[in-house]
Design a protein around this ligand. Structure first.
Ligand SMILES: [Zn+2]
Ligand SMILES: [Zn+2]
Length: 250
């Protein structure tokens, strides 16, 4: 185990989380709190103990996520079996950019199905209950997973490395986007415009309102970036679009 490398990766993941969730929190929950409180998705603000729990579990998650590249890429007995590559020219620039789109769909699919699995009554308590303790999530909830769930979430990197050619910049940029979207998903405020949940693009894109409902009601709205799976499997909440409009007309 290369510990210096491990702590270096943990530092990157941790800094991204603290800075991004921190900025969102500072803006929406401190500086603009009074002014934007009327448009909050759920009117109440979480309690101090909720923030503490969310940050505590998120820090655990960061240390679990950081182990993944060390165990898979910095490991001479595993890396040769993966599709990890170091020279962008090997697969060309077109592939380099197209891969991000592919990663979005793979991660969305992976997340939807593992998420539904973790809602199974036999598994929920052990894997997913911690994340659902935030019934009114804050940006700090972005990584608030039980360690077992964090391992499941990290599994998508295993999928990436074995199903498609992956460069370290793919992982770096993709997971930067992921944490930004996750902070938005748990923000407690909706940033997309009025009418978005019903228009021909927004119909398929996951929103903060959508994920907030998942936290409030536990049932329905299991997606991450998109709503394809929720719409296809009939798991989208029937009150989603009306509630989205209700939030946006506050
Ligand atoms: Zn969540
Ligand atoms: Zn859930």
């Amino acid at each position: 185990m290369d510990w210096s490398h491990y702590f270096f990766i943990a530092q990157i993941i941790g800094t991204r989380y603290l800075v991004l969730a921190g900025i969102a929190f500072l803006l929406a929950y401190v500086l603009l709190r009074k002014r934007i409180a009327p448009v909050k998705i759920q009117p109440a603000f979480p309690k101090q103990k909720d923030y503490t729990r969310e940050i505590g579990y998120s820090i655990l998650t960061i240390f679990i996520f950081a182990a993944v590249p060390i165990l898979l890429i910095n490991n001479d007995s595993v890396r040769p079996h993966t599709q990890y590559y170091t020279d962008i020219a090997t697969h060309g620039q077109f592939y380099f950019f197209a891969a991000f789109i592919l990663m979005l769909f793979i991660h969305d699919t992976y997340f939807y199905w593992t998420h539904r699995l973790m809602h199974h009554p036999k598994l929920f308590r052990y894997f997913h209950l911690v994340h659902h303790k935030s019934t009114n999530p804050s940006p700090w909830a972005a990584y608030a997973f039980h360690p077992l769930e964090a391992i499941v979430e990290a599994g998508v990197v295993v999928v990436f490395l074995f199903v498609m050619p992956i460069h370290k910049l793919h992982l770096g940029f993709f997971f930067l986007f992921m944490i930004i979207y996750n902070v938005y998903g748990h923000l407690g405020f909706e940033l997309y415009p009025r009418g978005f949940s019903r228009n021909f693009v927004g119909k398929w894109i996951n929103t903060s309102v959508n994920h907030n409902q998942h936290h409030q009601y536990f049932k329905g709205n299991y997606g991450l970036y998109f709503l394809f799976w929720d719409r296809m499997m009939g798991t989208i909440r029937s009150d989603y679009e009306t509630f989205f409009e209700e939030v946006k007309s506050k």
